[in-house]
Write a protein that binds this ligand. Structure first.
Ligand SMILES: CC(C)(COP(=O)(O)OP(=O)(O)OC[C@H]1O[C@@H](n2cnc3c(N)ncnc32)[C@H](O)[C@@H]1OP(=O)(O)O)[C@@H](O)C(=O)NCCC(=O)NCCS
Length: 184
């Protein structure tokens, strides 16, 4: 990472409600590197920076989305979103989702994803959600290991879940119960 003369800090996970311009810049750079690495989210190639900035600013405007960022050596290097159901969706009001969850390649292997996942799970529990869900491509081996070693259970496989630029790949659907269910 380029040295911007910042003091090295401990890894930290933080809820983001507004962007400092340099944080937004770092988040865009981290996402670009994740997209180029091939296991990003949605985009197959990095969009123009202005498009990405609008995307992240848009995330902050959606009330049902909570954005969490991982900061390492003072800079934002990844993020995850806790996506809650809209208020009309009373029938599925017990389920929250994890989305757009990534760590830039240059900051992987330091436990930041474990930290992000723990913080999102804690927030979901505190808000009374009973099930947490996530879906990943079959090729996202690190994410699959992360989910399975953190109590997520694979409950479905969706064929042709995503186009990766060369071929269709399947998707794995995961869930984790956040409470004990008394099944009838
Ligand atoms: C998945 C991802 C977020 C992990 O980020 P990370 O910060 O490197 O992960 P951590 O250092 O916190 O490691 C957490 C766990 O993930 C798994 N993991 C991480 N890297 C791995 C790898 N290269 N191979 C296998 N498992 C891996 C392990 O279970 C690891 O726990 P362990 O160290 O006790 O074995 C990152 O690789 C990434 O952004 N991948 C591309 C996008 C993606 O797949 N997002 C997930 C969508 S749900």
């Amino acid at each position: 990472m380029p040295d911007r003369g910042r003091t090295i800090q401990q890894p930290v996970i933080e809820a983001v409600e507004e962007f400092d311009p340099s944080d937004l810049d770092d988040l865009c750079e981290a996402a670009e590197e994740a997209i180029l690495d091939g296991n990003g989210f949605g985009w197959l190639t990095p969009p123009p920076r202005s498009v990405q900035e609008s995307f992240w600013k848009g995330v902050l405007m959606v009330p049902v989305r909570e954005l969490y960022c991982a900061r390492f050596e003072g800079r934002i290097v990844g993020s995850g979103q806790l996506v809650k159901p809209f208020s009309n969706n009373e029938a599925s009001g017990h389920i929250a989702q994890i989305s757009t969850f990534f760590i830039a390649p240059y900051a992987r292997g330091y436990g930041l994803a474990i930290g992000l996942l723990a913080v999102m799970e804690k927030s979901a529990k505190e808000q009374g959600f009973k099930i947490l869900e996530a879906d990943v491509r079959e090729t996202q081996t690190a994410a699959i290991s992360l989910m399975e070693s953190n109590g997520f259970e694979r409950w479905a496989v969706k064929e042709r879940y995503a186009w990766n630029g060369e071929r269709y790949v399947d998707g794995f659907y995961y869930k984790k119960n956040l409470v004990e269910f008394d099944e009838i």
